[in-house]
Design a protein around this ligand. Structure first.
Ligand SMILES: Cc1cc2nc3c(=O)[nH]c(=O)nc-3n(C[C@H](O)[C@H](O)[C@H](O)COP(=O)(O)OP(=O)(O)OC[C@H]3O[C@@H](n4cnc5c(N)ncnc54)[C@H](O)[C@@H]3O)c2cc1C
Length: 303
C-alpha cells in the first residue's frame, strides 16, 4: 500500500479535512506556490500524534503551516503532507494573567482578546498576521517586543507523538528564531501577561497597528519582512539607500513603501522572488558591505 491510500485511515473526517493536490498558494500570504501532495486540517492532539507516527512509519515529509504569512512555497509545490491546526489545537484559555493558547490560534485575535481582558504584553501583535505556532517558531515581534518575551513554557510534539513541555529557556528564543523547529510540531504555549487598564492597552495596540499600516504595505500580497535586520541596523534602510525600492523581477517587486517587503504584484513565481532576494543581497553586499539574511521560510525547496 502507498502512503496516500493509508492516510485517510488516520483522519476521522477525511472527506472534510483531507485533500490531495491542494494548491498551497491559497494558504500563503504571498499567494505563491504549487500543490502539496496532501493537505490536512488536524483537529485533535490524538490525530496529530497519529500523524506524527504516520510520518515516521512512511517516511513522508510533513510541514506544519500556520497562517502562511512568513512562507515562500516552491513553484513545484511540496511533496509531502501540509498540516493546519484547528479546533482543539487552536483554543484559548485565560486564568487571571496566565493564558494557555493553542498553536493554531491567530496572533491578531490573541492581541485583541487580551486587550479586552485588560492583559498587557501582546499589544505589538495585532499587525502580525500569523498563528501562535508560527509566532513561537519565528519569535515574531515588533516595536521592541517579541512573542517569546511573554512565554513561560511551550508544548511540542515529538515524531513519536509524545508531548513534551519546554521551559522558556529550553525554547531558545532569539531574534526572529527559536529552537522549536527541532520538533515535529509546536502544539501551544503558556503566556504570563501583566494586568493593566483596558483603555490604555487597547490604545497602545491600536497605535502600533496604525503606525504599521502607515509605514508598511498591506494591500498587496507579501510575506512580511524578507530579511532579518542586521545588528544595529535596518534591512529596509539598507535596501532603500541601495536604490532598490521599486526594483522588479518578473512579477515580484521591492515595495516602494518599505524596502524590506517583496510584493507579489503580478502573478509572481517563487523563482521571481528568489531572484529578487539574490539581487538585493548582492547589491547591498557590494554597496554597503553587509550580508542580509532571509527571515522568510521556504517550503518545498529541499526535495
Ligand atoms: C503583512 C505582514 C506583516 C508582518 N509583520 C510582521 C512583524 O511585524 N513582525 C514579525 O515578526 N513578523 C511579521 N510578519 C511575518 C509573519 O506574520 C510572522 O513570522 C508569523 O509569526 C508567521 O506565522 P504563521 O503562522 O503565518 O507561520 P507560517 O508562515 O505558516 O510558517 C512559518 C514557519 O513556521 C512553521 N510553523 C508554523 N506553525 C507551526 C507549528 N505549529 N509547529 C511547527 N512549525 C510551525 C512553518 O512550517 C514555517 O517554517 C508579517 C507578515 C505579513 C504578511
Amino acid at each position: 500500500m502507498d502512503w496516500k491510500e493509508a492516510l485517510p485511515k488516520i483522519i476521522t473526517q477525511p472527506d472534510i479535512r483531507l485533500r490531495f493536490g491542494e494548491p498551497l498558494a491559497k494558504h500563503t500570504y504571498f499567494g505563491i506556490g504549487g500543490e502539496t501532495t496532501a493537505y490536512i486540517e488536524v483537529n485533535t492532539i490524538n490525530e496529530l500524534a497519529a500523524l506524527a507516527r504516520f510520518h515516521q512509519k512512511w517516511e513522508v515529509p510533513v510541514a506544519i503551516i500556520g497562517r502562511g504569512s512568513n512562507l515562500l512555497v516552491n513553484d513545484k509545490g511540496f511533496s509531502g503532507i501540509s498540516v493546519r491546526l484547528i479546533d482543539e489545537l487552536a483554543k484559548l484559555e485565560v486564568d487571571g494573567n496566565v493564558v494557555t493558547v493553542g498553536a493554531g490560534y491567530p496572533l491578531p485575535g490573541l492581541s485583541k482578546v487580551m486587550s479586552k481582558q485588560g492583559l498587557s504584553g501582546v499589544e505589538f501583535a495585532l499587525g502580525i498576521p500569523g498563528s501562535v505556532g508560527g509566532a513561537l517558531i519565528m519569535n515574531a515581534g515588533a516595536w521592541g517586543s517579541s512573542f517569546g518575551d511573554v512565554v513561560t513554557d511551550v508544548t511540542v510534539m515529538r515524531d513519536t507523538g509524545e508531548l513534551i513541555k519546554l521551559t522558556h529557556d529550553e525554547a531558545n528564543f532569539e531574534y526572529r528564531r527559536s529552537g522549536l523547529n527541532a520538533y515535529f510540531c509546536v502544539v501551544g504555549a503558556t503566556l504570563k501577561l501583566q494586568h493593566g487598564d483596558v483603555d490604555t492597552i487597547t490604545a497602545q495596540m491600536q497605535d502600533f497597528f496604525k503606525q504599521k499600516t502607515e509605514t508598511q504595505p498591506f494591500a498587496e500580497e507579501n510575506a512580511g519582512c524578507i530579511f532579518k535586520n542586521p545588528p544595529g541596523d535596518s534591512a529596509g534602510r539598507l535596501i532603500d539607500i541601495s536604490g532598490l525600492k521599486g526594483h522588479r523581477i518578473g512579477g515580484a517587486e521591492v515595495s516602494t513603501v518599505h524596502g524590506n517587503f517583496i510584493l507579489n504584484m503580478d502573478n509572481a513565481t517563487a523563482a521571481d522572488v528568489l531572484d529578487l532576494v539574490a539581487y538585493i543581497q548582492k547589491q547591498v553586499r557590494e554597496k554597503m558591505g553587509i550580508s542580509l539574511q532571509t527571515e522568510v521560510k521556504r517550503l518545498g525547496f529541499d526535495e
